[in-house]
Design a protein around this ligand. Structure first.
Ligand code: HEM
Length: 124
């Protein structure tokens, strides 16, 4: 797998790169060193510095970055987050499980409701 070739970093290690002269950040569990990109970022260097050493996935996605931007960021990839620190993924997994549970629960409730209606109407 390609991802196993990437260097593994913890959030604590990424957090050490939190100065305007040394900016790392986490986007979708990947670790980026955007220090050399600061001055070129069309969205300005301030936002990148603000997220120096931090998780910036939600903010990156909120901007609705173009596919060009996503292509460009590959140049700054230095590694990926260690499995234990990938909170976002675990949370998404839970959300999907919850959704499935909700749908299954609703289906059961509708089924039970229909059964009651049938029972009631067959008594008449
Ligand atoms: C490696 C990481 C990043 C790359 C390569 C990147 C690249 C780009 C590019 C190419 C644009 C121009 C518009 C587009 O093509 O979508 C842009 C705009 C922008 N970016 Fe980023 N970006 C990165 C990270 C971030 C992060 C972490 C934030 C916020 C915390 C951010 C905030 C913005 C904003 C606010 C704009 C301006 C949008 C506008 O003016 O409409 N970017 N970025």
């Amino acid at each position: 797998m390609a991802s196993t070739e990437l260097k593994q970093y913890s959030l604590a290690q990424v957090a050490e790169h939190n100065k305007p002269t040394d900016v790392w950040m986490v986007i979708h569990d990947k670790v980026y060193d955007v220090t050399k990109f600061l001055a070129e970022h069309p969205g300005g260097e301030e936002v990148l510095i603000e997220y120096a050493g931090k998780e910036a996935t939600a903010e990156f996605d909120d901007v609705g970055h173009s596919s060009d931007a996503k292509e460009q960021m590959k140049q700054f990839l230095v590694g990926e987050l260690i499995e234990a620190d990938r909170k976002k993924k675990a949370a998404t997994g839970l959300t999907i499980n919850k959704r499935v549970a909700l749908i299954a629960g609703s289906a059961a409730a509708i089924g039970a409701g229909l059964a009651l209606i049938f029972k009631a109407s067959s008594k008449k």
